[in-house]
Design a protein around this ligand. Sequence first.
Ligand SMILES: [Zn+2]
Length: 250
Amino acid sequence: MPQENLAEVLSDFSLGAEQLEPECNLTLYQDGTRTVLFDAGSGPDFMPTAGTIQNSLSAMGIAPEDITHLVFTHAHPDHIWGTLDDFGDPLFANASHMMGRAEWDYWWDPQTVDTIGTARQTFAVGAKNRMSVLQDRFEFFEDGQEILPGIQAVSSPGHTPGHMSFEIRQGTQAVLVTGDAIGNHHVAFRRPMWPSGSDQDAKLAIATRQRLFDRIMTDDLAIAGFHLPNGGMGRVDVIGDGYEFVQDPT
Ligand SMILES: [Zn+2]
């Protein structure tokens, strides 16, 4: 990123240039029949403050076995490592596991661990390990497909090769589950055209980000973002050349 301009953006958010640790927020959707969890979280082994999804579900009276569908945006550690319990068995034992076909194919490919670069090698090993255990539970989908009633897959590659977002619609109201395609509430919103080191293909991620923001504004979508603050739910406003995350008050 243009470092001389970065400080200016971050100062608007009272953030310094030191390492930032964003929240990890999973989206839960219940339609009366299905209980759908978007991403599985990281489990306890990723970072000390993460891996609390079971407590969060329990607070709502939901057990892991009650999840009917586990839908993945992508296969990074904070999104897929939480699929197995402490014994290495499937945590969401009754859930259909669902992933975009291109994302599955990328991490399943035995060459990925050698081509992804040293910084992300553990991502590749960790994803493949979990996918190998859960292989028989997975169903795959494509861009544009209605994967469940009212839930449409929206291809959003760049952060990972097969990253998917999801539009959940009921009548005129809809929310876009963005995953990591819009990765934070500061730089990704204010300067969506800047490359980010957290995206595997930065150029493709920029095009995706701009396309998603266009769709959010045109279709007046609410959003649920994985790494956005205070639960990650809200709306988007235009500000200057970029956007602003407007926290959902509820
Ligand atoms: Zn993430």
